[in-house]
Design a protein around this ligand. Structure first.
Ligand code: ATP
Length: 355
């Protein structure tokens, strides 16, 4: 749970301090006022990852030299500073040398946004990213293995492009790919088998129909990286790239036995995306034994009232939730009592409850 948040030179905010209750809060405002940036700041502070930027640089306010984020999360004081010298991380005033050490103690997050529909109809990269976000919250060695695999893959592909590289050089990187690749495949496959029944139940509850959602892991190496590299050695030389491995993993999503990307309606695809994220939250909670914080970025406007209400009911009651929306006309029931904030041109004002 997050009880406070402080931003300095983050996106459109020069400075912002907020305190939160255990329910969370609803940020209301027109487009381009700063609502998503607040949720993004929470995600970056807790997981060192933005859902919409690959690096830290775009997060720094225009013309500023660096940014600062701080907050009390799960009773720990988290601090992140980023500038020309890179990122500096602290927990309870103590500097941490690696991102892994920070992430082991920081907290757990589920992000739900409109762009999640690309999990269903977009390329495999989005689905791998979905698995990576959850695997790195559930398995402490995963992030390190992923970063080593990516570095070795990049270096090996450069050698293959070169054409003059020796077998010894290629094989040295291949050993790194084998060591970390098989590990990534194993963790991704196990995680997906945990997610599948959870997503399937969520799909039925949110859609209110007997829709059968199935998720199948498709390994980009066939599950044995050494064999995959041996089989494709000649083709790799010709095509000048590493052809098989976890960088080609995917998840096949079907609804009632048909590929969801081709046959599901817009509403069904959005529901599947929600089901995938709800399953992520449940999986994190069951393994880590802690309830993650839910960040819901403007997802309600795209849902019909029945699906919206079903989603509200399905979200764990005791989880802290932060929501962005352009209008609160749809808000009803217990949500009407939530703390609300007006966001306008990078300024945030807490709205007083109606008496
Ligand atoms: N690094 C940055 N420095 C300053 N401003 C930025 C930076 N990055 C983005 N912005 C601006 O911040 C503003 C707020 O963006 P944000 O995505 O948070 O808005 P929003 O309220 O969530 O909008 P929407 O409802 O359209 O999603 C935008 O005008 C955007 O152009």
């Amino acid at each position: 749970m997050l009880t406070s948040l402080r931003l300095i030179d983050f996106r459109c905010f020069e400075e912002l301090s907020l305190e939160f209750s255990e329910c969370g809060g609803i940020f209301i405002g027109d487009n381009a006022q700063g609502k998503t940036s607040i949720l993004e700041a929470i995600c970056v502070l807790v997981r060192l990852q933005s859902p919409r930027a690959k690096t830290m640089r775009p997060l720094v306010r225009f013309e500023a030299a660096g940014l600062g984020l701080a907050g009390e999360c799960w009773e720990r004081d988290l601090t992140l500073r980023y500038g020309r010298g890179g990122a500096q991380l602290q927990i309870d005033g103590e500097s941490l040398e690696t991102q892994n050490l920070y992430l082991q103690q920081s907290g757990l997050i589920v992000w739900m946004g409109n762009e999640d529909v690309d999990l269903v109809r977009g390329s495999g990269g989005g689905r791998r990213h979905y698995l990576d976000f959850i695997c790195s919250q559930l398995d402490s060695g995963y992030r390190r293995a992923l970063s080593r695999y990516r570095r070795a893959l990049k270096a090996r592909n450069l050698l293959l492009k070169d054409r003059v590289s020796s077998d010894a050089e290629l094989n040295a990187y291949a050993e790194v790919l084998i060591e970390h690749g098989d590990y990534l495949t194993k963790v991704r496959a196990q995680t997906l088998s945990l997610l599948e029944p959870l997503a399937s139940t969520a799909q039925q509850e949110i859609s209110g129909r007997d829709e059968k959602l199935e998720l199948r892991f498709q390994s980009g190496s066939g599950g044995d990286m050494r064999e995959a590299l041996a089989t494709t050695a000649e083709a790799e030389r010709r095509q000048r790239q590493t052809l098989e491995g976890p960088h080609r993993d995917d998840v096949r999503i079907t609804i009632n036995g048909m590929p969801a990307a081709d046959f599901a309606s817009e509403g069904q695809q959005r529901t599947i995306a929600l089901a995938l994220k709800l399953a992520q939250g449940e999986a994190i909670q069951s393994i880590a034994g802690r309830v993650p914080v839910y960040l819901l970025d403007d997802i309600f406007g795209e849902l019909d009232p029945d699906r919206r209400n079903a989603l509200m009911k399905y979200l764990p009651k005791h989880a802290q939730k932060f929501i962005t929306t352009t209008t609160i006309d749809w808000l009803q029931g217990e949500w009407a009592d939530w703390e609300k904030y007006d966001v306008c041109e990078g300024r945030v004002k807490r709205l007083l409850a109606e008496s």
